[in-house]
Design a protein around this ligand. Structure first.
Ligand SMILES: O=C(O)Cc1cc(O)ccc1O
Ligand SMILES: [Fe+2]
Length: 464
C-alpha cells in the first residue's frame, strides 16, 4: 500500500539508486553532461549551472583527510533573505547552545522511557530534542546527543548544521532524506550520516518517525582501524551507500534552517535548495544497514570490551581516544567458556549513551525498551541488572547461546563529560527508580570456602 505522505515530490516510493563505498571520490549527473570535464569552475558551466564548492575540511588538510565536493546548481546558495532566529525551536530544548543555564551535570545513572510522538503535527527539524552535550561547537570540539520525534514531513524547508556532522539512528518509522546530493531511504536498522554544511530535508513515508541522533562538532566520522583483526570485518566500506544526484527546479517560498553554535536560524528563499544537477567529490552523505555489520568477538573466554562493535568513530586529537564512537550490539552467538557472559560491571572513563532500536539488551531484563535511552557518565558505575546477574551465574557456560535475532541496541560512547539538558532531567520519561534495577545484588562472598581453597593451594605449593 502507498503510504500517505504530505510531500509527494520527495516522498514517492520509487527505489532509489546509490553509490557504494565510504568516502570515495564520486561523481554524479542527473542530466548527462552536467559535470564540467577536466576542471571545476569553467567560465560558463554546462546547462548554465552555478559551480559551488562545499568543503568539509580545511583546504590544506592532508590529502587522506581532505574532504570537499563540487556542486553544480541551478542557483547558488547565496540567494536568501537574512537569517533570524528560527521560530518554533526552543533553545532550551534543542541546539545544545553554550548557555549552561539549560543543562546540568549529574553522576547519577539515568534512564529514559521512550519519548512519545508529538501530539501536534511536527516535522523532523522541529521535533529535535537535545538530551546532553559537551564541548563547544565554536571551538569545534565535543558533541551533542539528540532525539527526534516527528509526525509530518518537512515541506519546502531544509535544515543545515554548521556545527558538525549528524549521525541519524532511526528507531521507528522510515525516513526519506532529501539532500543536496540526492535522496536516501533510511529505515530503522539503518543509519545515516549527514555532514557539516549539507542541507537536507526529511519526509516520513510512514507518517511518523522517532529516533536518535549523534552530533560531532568540527570533525567527521570515519571507519575504525582494524589492527590485528585484519583487512576485513566490522563495517565494510562497500556497504556504505551515497545518493546519486537528483534535483528539483521548483519556485515558491523555501525555508532554510541553519544551526550555528547551537542556535537555529532561518531564512527564506524563492527556489528549492535541492537544485544540484550534478556533483563530484568525496564529501557526501551516506547510509549504512547495520545488518551488514560483521562482528568479531571472543571464541574462548572472557567478555571483550564493546569497542569490538565500533561501526564508525570520530577521532579526537588524542591517539586512540575518540570524541565519539558509534557502537552497535548486533545479534550474535555468545560462546565464552567459564565466563560471565553479559557485560561486566564497570566504571569507565568514557561516557556511554545507549539506545535500543528493537528487542531487548543483554544487560537489562526489563526497563530498557525500544525508543528509550540510558546515560552513564564518566566513572558512574553500571552493569547488568540484578535479574541478569543472577541468571548469568546460574547458566551452563559450555553451551553456545544466540542472543535474540530481532534485537538491536547501540551506544554513543563519548569522551567529554556531558551536561544533561534540564528538560530531559525534568521529563516524565526519566525513570525515577532506575537505580532499583541493581537492588538486591547481594554479597555472594563466601569467606570460609575461599579460605579452604587457599589453604589447599598452599599445601600443593601453588604460590599465586
Ligand atoms: O554498559 C553497557 O551495557 C555497554 C557495555 C557493553 C559491554 O559489553 C561491555 C561494556 C560496556 O560498557
Ligand atoms: Fe557500560
Amino acid at each position: 500500500m502507498m503510504p500517505a505522505v504530505s510531500a509527494p515530490d520527495h516522498a514517492t516510493r520509487e527505489a532509489l539508486q546509490y553509490f557504494h563505498g565510504f568516502a570515495n571520490e564520486f561523481q554524479s549527473e542527473a542530466l548527462a553532461g552536467a559535470l564540467p570535464v577536466g576542471q571545476n569552475n569553467p567560465q560558463v558551466c554546462p546547462y548554465g549551472l552555478y559551480a559551488e564548492q562545499l568543503s568539509g575540511t580545511s583546504f590544506t588538510s592532508p590529502r587522506r583527510q581532505n574532504f570537499r565536493s563540487w556542486l553544480y546548481r541551478i542557483r547558488p546558495s547565496v540567494n536568501s533573505s537574512r537569517y533570524k532566529p528560527a521560530e518554533g525551536i526552543d533553545p532550551a530544548r534543542f541546539g545544545a547552545s553554550a548557555d549552561p543555564s539549560h543543562s546540568d551535570v549529574t553522576p547519577n545513572q539515568l534512564r529514559w522511557q521512550p519519548f512519545p510522538l508529538p501530539e501536534r503535527p511536527t516535522d523532523f527539524a522541529h521535533g529535535l530534542t537535545t538530551i546532553c552535550t559537551s564541548g563547544c561547537p565554536a571551538g569545534k570540539q565535543g558533541y551533542a546527543i539528540h532525539m527526534y520525534a516527528a509526525s509530518k514531513s518537512m515541506h519546502n524547508s531544509s535544515f543545515c548544521n554548521a556545527d558538525g556532522d549528524f549521525l541519524i539512528v532511526p528507531q521507528q518509522g522510515a525516513l526519506r532524506v532529501r539532500t543536496e546530493f540526492g535522496m536516501m531511504d533510511v529505515a530503522p536498522g539503518e543509519i545515516c550520516g549527514i555532514q557539516c554544511g549539507m542541507r537536507f530535508s526529511v519526509a516520513l513515508p510512514a507518517g511518523s518517525a522517532r529516533g536518535y541522533m549523534l552530533e560531532v562538532f568540527g570533525s567527521h566520522f570515519t571507519l575504525p582501524d582494524l589492527g590485528p583483526v585484519g583487512a576485513n570485518g566490522l563495517a565494510a566500506p562497500r556497504d556504505f551507500q551515497t545518493p546519486v544526484a537528483s534535483f528539483e527546479d521548483s519556485a515558491g517560498t523555501f525555508t532554510v534552517l541553519h544551526k550555528l553554535c547551537g542556535r537555529v536560524f532561518e531564512a527564506r528563499q524563492d527556489f528549492s535548495p535541492f537544485n544540484v544537477v550534478a556533483w563530484h567529490g568525496n564529501y557526501a552523505p551516506y547510509k549504512y544497514d547495520l545488518a551488514r555489520f560483521c562482528p568479531v568477538n571472543t571464541v574462548a573466554f572472557d567478555h571483550a570490551d564493546p569497542s569490538i562493535f565500533t561501526v564508525l568513530t570520530c577521532p579526537s586529537h588524542i591517539p586512540g581516544t575518540a570524541t565519539a564512537d558509534f557502537v552497535v550490539f548486533p545479534p550474535r552467538w555468545t560462546v565464552a567458556d567459564h565466563t560471565f557472559r553479559p557485560p561486566y560491571y564497570h566504571r569507565n572513563v568514557m561516557t556511554e549513551f545507549m539506545g535500543l532500536i528493537k528487542g531487548t539488551y543483554e544487560a537489562k531484563q526489563g526497563g530498557f525498551v525500544p525508543g528509550g535511552a540510558s546515560l552513564h557518565v564518566c566513572m558512574t558505575p553500571h552493569g547488568p541488572d540484578t535479574a541478569t546477574f543472577e541468571s548469568a551465574i546460574a547458566k551452563d557456560s559450555s553451551c553456545p547461546e544466540h542472543l535474540p535475532r530481532d534485537a538491536l541496541a547501540f551506544m554513543f560512547e563519548v569522551n567529554h563529560i556531558p551536561r544533561v539538558m534540564k528538560h530531559a532531567l525534568q521529563s516524565t520519561e526519566l525513570e525515577e527508580g532506575y537505580q532499583d534495577c541493581w537492588a538486591g545484588l547481594k554479597s555472594h562472598f563466601n569467606n570460609g570456602q575461599r579460605d579452604a581453597v587457599h589453604v589447599l593451594e598452599q599445601a600443593n605449593g601453588d604460590s599465586h
